[in-house]
Design a protein. Structure first.
Length: 290
């Protein structure tokens, strides 16, 4: 399904009903709005893992502009402010009120843009394996890649993160996919996940280009604007956004709002490495009173 938002048609899908029969009443479930990672992927990377939450929430999956099945719009609008504003306008267009917004990795950055620019809009926020500022803990990332992949992967990470700075040649990209990406998770990913996903490399190249926003964004000055309960969750062994990034977010948020959970033996996708623990933590948070 598509809806016109801020000049582009955004694709979305829905899992589960908003109202369900419960004895003599129709019980209303909250909306769990899923903001996918990337940029360049689509919402399918969240499925079927998060479908287990459909009993307590109506799940709405959104493809960001320039990603997945959504329209591109002007390239200069591929930025976090626009992606965050799109979330607000998307909810307004569909009549979604007080969503619980979940964003992992890049999706967490979009969630932060949305929550800091529109602080009264979300009812709760779930931030997984993400970072509030660009190019942080680079040496720590290299160290983790070398720990998991050995010297060759460590050297590759050093070139990509510290030397190439967002403009690798195709050989370097291919080497990264072949040698480094298998270490994003402890439990190997289902290869069909990548086959199912729509991969839009052009938006990733724009976001990570030299001088691009992936290197310069910084939400820390605005994190105190967030008004809703926030779950910050990350893997202790994440080589992409180390757990220190999540700890920094949790420390910067209003303390009465934040819940911080660190998952041992997990890397960049807690839902992949520890699905039962991850879903249990999210379920508790969704069902907890505000």
């Amino acid at each position: 399904m598509h809806v016109s938002v801020n000049g582009v048609r955004l694709f979305f899908d829905v899992e589960g009903a908003k109202f369900v029969p419960d004895g003599p009443v129709m019980r209303e479930k909250p909306v769990l709005l899923m903001l996918h990672g990337g940029p360049g992927f689509d919402h399918s990377i969240y499925r079927p893992a998060y479908s287990a939450l459909a009993d307590i929430a109506q799940i709405v999956y959104l493809d960001h502009r320039g990603n997945g099945r959504s329209e591109d719009g002007p390239q200069q609008n591929w930025n976090l402010a626009q992606w965050g504003d799109d979330v607000r306008a998307f909810c307004d267009a569909l009549g979604i009120v007080d969503p619980i917004v979940l964003g992992a990795s890049f999706g967490g950055m979009v969630a932060l843009a949305y929550a800091t620019r529109h602080p009264a809009a979300p009812s709760k926020l779930i931030l997984i394996s993400t970072a509030a500022t660009g190019d942080e803990y680079l040496e720590r990332r290299v160290e983790l890649f070398e720990r998991f992949g050995g010297p060759e992967v460590g050297a590759l990470a050093r070139r990509r993160l510290l030397e190439e700075q967002g403009h690798p040649d195709q050989a370097s990209v291919d080497a990264w996919v072949r040698l480094a990406m298998p270490h994003y998770t402890r439990v190997p990913r289902d290869p069909d996940m990548a086959r199912r996903a729509i991969n839009r490399q052009e938006v990733l190249q724009w976001f990570t280009r030299p001088g691009g926003e992936s290197h310069s964004y910084n939400f820390f000055p605005d994190l105190d604007r967030i008004q809703c309960p926030t779950l910050v969750l990350g893997g202790e062994d994440d080589p992409i956004h180390p757990i220190e990034s999540q700890a920094d977010i949790a420390a910067a948020l209003p303390p009465q709002l934040v819940r911080f959970e660190r998952f041992a033996d997990c890397r960049h996708a807690c839902i992949q490495d520890a699905p039962e623990r991850t879903l249990a933590a999210i379920r508790r948070f969704i069902m907890s009173p505000k």
